[in-house]
Design a protein around this ligand. Structure first.
Ligand code: GLN
Length: 304
């Protein structure tokens, strides 16, 4: 398949319609990003890579990192993890407090903010140096030792983090946080600040398309069963209250972030990462969603 040609055609087709998205504005580092940047990269499990546009430009991956921290905690706690977080779609925005009160401090899933904060609490309990070990894990998955946290983004996340603090305090009141609040939030804010390019993202997620094994290093990250379950969670919970739309239109498990990135996985075949900063009202990349919808329609490479 001529992926690069297909990418170019879809890109030009999308240029004909108005981009109704808005870049995230809650922190200056995201508000000042050039909204016209666009990148896409596909990697097959056999190792072939196909790029278009700004596929090598690093951006803030934000909530996409929630999958990576979850995988780290899941591999350690195994099924005990479900005592700390549920695994159902939330149907509410990523930073909603509503359901958390009703569910007595147990987040609906690990991919909304509350769930990712609980996962950070688990990692703080499990790891001697959580920030360094999470970074080392991501570097291993990407095969790239230059992946980094952006300290300015982490600082801004903290400065604008009132809702996230509200969530952790609420969960602590229900007994679902074991560690010191600042230590857990420091890890959470750094996680949000990870920067990667589309090419690095697609490479990092490749183990999820390959039964839990990094194809080029042969390192097993998750068992086949837990890999299947992680993909299932991305399918049902990867896009907040738009997970149904993404499943309906794109038909792949995936995860989005407010930096405008989306990564999607076709088990057994490929991973694809797309980046376009303007977001729709649900906090998902406006053009990224449309691009992937077109891509799986044209190529018929969806799982449904
Ligand atoms: N940093 C953002 C937050 O915590 C992450 C949200 C996202 O990417 N959806 O609110």
């Amino acid at each position: 398949m001529h992926y690069e040609k297909i990418f170019e055609e879809i890109f030009h087709e999308l240029q004909l319609t108005e981009d109704k998205g808005q870049v995230a504005e809650y922190i200056p580092e995201l508000a000042s990003v050039d909204p016209n940047q666009f990148g896409v990269h596909l990697t097959t499990v056999e190792g072939a890579g196909f790029s278009f546009g700004d596929a090598q430009t690093q951006f803030s991956i934000q909530s996409i990192a929630k999958v990576l921290s979850f995988v780290m905690a899941y591999g350690r706690l195994k099924s005990e993890i479900w005592e700390r977080t549920n695994l159902e779609p939330a149907g509410t925005p990523f930073n909603s407090l509503l359901q958390l009160e009703i569910d007595m401090g147990i987040p609906r899933n690990p991919f909304i903010n509350a769930g990712a904060i609980v996962i950070c609490d688990i990692l703080v309990s499990q790891l001697a140096d959580p920030k360094e070990e999470v970074l080392a894990f991501v570097r291993r998955l990407s095969g790239n030792s230059s992946i980094h946290y952006n300290p300015r983004v982490a600082r801004s996340e903290k400065d604008s983090g009132s809702r996230n603090y509200a969530m952790i305090y609420l969960m602590k009141s229900f007994g679902n946080i074991d560690n010191e609040i600042e230590t857990v939030m420091d890890l959470y804010f750094h996680l949000c600040s990870l920067e990667m390019s589309c090419e690095e993202l697609a490479t990092t997620f490749l183990f999820l398309a390959n039964n839990g094994v990094v194809p080029w290093s042969d390192e097993r990250i998750l068992s086949p069963s837990r890999t299947k379950r992680t993909n299932a969670l991305m399918q049902t919970c990867g896009f907040y209250d738009e997970a149904g739309q993404f499943t309906f239109k794109v038909g792949l498990p995936g995860k989005s972030g407010v930096g405008g990135g989306i990564v999607a996985v076709h088990p057994g075949k490929y991973t694809i990462a797309v980046w376009s900063p303007p977001l729709n009202s649900k906090g998902n990349s406006y053009r990224g969603m449309l691009f992937l919808e077109q891509f799986t329609t044209v190529t018929r490479l969806s799982i449904f």
